[in-house]
Ligand binder design. Structure first.
Ligand code: EPU
Length: 363
């Protein structure tokens, strides 16, 4: 196990922010973590687990020891479950590569989550989701390493405490015995994740953007004489990639961290109040009676689309995404991103009385 010093993190965060890790270890196997836990000097130091860096804003150099997750491996587990295929994946694999691989193998279920940036190990941390499907809908279990005790343990979906862009991995961990429901942030390192892909597959096309694609495709199919066509998982995968490419910036071209704020939820009374003033507000009714508002719409309505403060900008095609208008040496700083984020929060609060909560981890 090699501890690298003064490592640039610019290639390791999708915003492309310049920051340095004082110390960094590349974790390629469980044995690397065992070695870390056995090292008296390193065992106690604070640590930051880094996956694809797609949900992070660095506002300065990183003092905790950075664990860069590079554990690979992708396999279909022996078929002993009547209802689902189980796929086991190393935390360091790319999420999109996993989705593409399962679809190519004829194992549908993840196609709605194509092109989400980041690694497989980061996916459960914020319960990633897109176009009507969340990670928790296809999750079986995961194995994690406890940095305090050196033990490996397994968690099922209930034990991960999944919520909207949330899980136990986002909440502070105790420095004592772990009990169910406690936070695991900075303590547990996800090693591998098992996904559950139901053998009886049904396309999920309720999200408006996908419904539109399906309707256009159905019309085309009927013109060609096909009466009851059902789109394949590969077809849905391609649609999701098209939709995302049309409105979300590719981090390889324009630095960004995906949606910068969570979609807020309000009570029906609060929503009725806003509708009375802004009848066009985009909102969705949730099962628990609350109402989810589209944060992108709120920010757009405040006139932020395409605007910038310094080198931090609001993406032209999706106001929920903040982007790096610099590059390389002239990259945006975390401070500039947060100045823009706070200005957006203030104007949304002043106009709608709603406090937007950032989605990425700000360090
Ligand atoms: N909208 C606007 N103006 C904008 C942006 C959006 O009016 O500038 C409106 C859209 O017209 C649409 C609504 O807001 O009616 C929702 O927009 P969109 O479909 O793009 O989805 P979103 O709610 O902004 C969420 C996730 C995305 C995910 C998409 C698709 C969050 C915070 N974001 O975005 O996830 O890809 O739905 O499921 O939940 C991410 O988390 O990083 C992410 C990209």
């Amino acid at each position: 196990m090699l501890v690298e010093k003064n490592v640039s993190l610019q290639p390791y965060n999708t915003f492309g922010i310049m920051a340095r890790a004082q110390n960094l270890v590349r974790v390629q196997s469980e044995a690397d973590l065992q070695a870390l836990a056995a090292d008296a000097g390193l065992r106690a130091v604070p640590k930051l687990v880094l996956g694809g860096g797609s949900n992070l804003v660095f506002t300065g150099d990183v003092k905790p020891l950075v664990l860069k997750m590079e554990i690979k491996g992708l396999r279909l587990l022996p078929d002993n479950d009547a209802k689902a295929h189980l796929v086991e994946v190393g935390a360091g694999e790319s999420w999109h590569d996993l989705v593409a691989w399962t679809v190519a193998q004829g194992l549908p279920g993840l196609e709605n989550m194509a092109l989400i940036p980041g690694t497989v190990g980061a996916a459960p941390v914020q319960n990633i989701g897109a176009y009507g499907v969340e990670l928790q809908d296809r999750f079986e279990s995961l194995d994690a390493f406890d940095l305090l005790t050196g033990q490996v343990f397994t968690l099922n979906a209930a034990q991960c405490g999944f919520g909207y862009r949330d899980s136990v991995f986002k909440h502070p961990a105790p420095q004592s015995d772990l009990k169910p429901g406690m936070g695991l942030a900075c303590r547990a390192v996800i090693l591998r994740v098992r996904m559950r892909l139901p053998k009886t597959w049904k396309p999920e096309l309720d999200y408006l953007d996908l419904t539109r694609k399906r309707d256009a495709w159905l019309a085309e199919q009927r013109e060609q004489g096909r009466l009851d066509p059902v789109p394949s998982a590969q077809q849905i995968f391609d649609w999701v990639c098209e939709i995302r490419r049309a409105k979300l910036p590719d981090p390889a071209q324009i630095g960004n961290a995906g949606s910068f704020f969570k979609n807020p939820t309000v009570t029906p009374e609060q929503c009725a109040d806003i509708i009375a003033r802004d009848p066009k507000i985009v909102h969705y009714h949730l099962d628990d009676g609350r109402i989810k508002l589209a944060a992108g719409w709120l920010i757009d309505a405040c006139g932020w689309k395409g605007k910038s403060i310094g080198r931090a900008g609001v993406y032209e095609k999706q106001a929920l995404v903040l982007v790096n208008r610099g590059q390389g040496e002239t990259a945006v700083t975390g401070g500039e991103v947060m100045t823009l984020a706070r200005a957006i929060q203030t104007s949304v609060y002043e106009r709608f009385g709603i406090r937007l909560e950032p989605e990425p981890l700000v360090l």
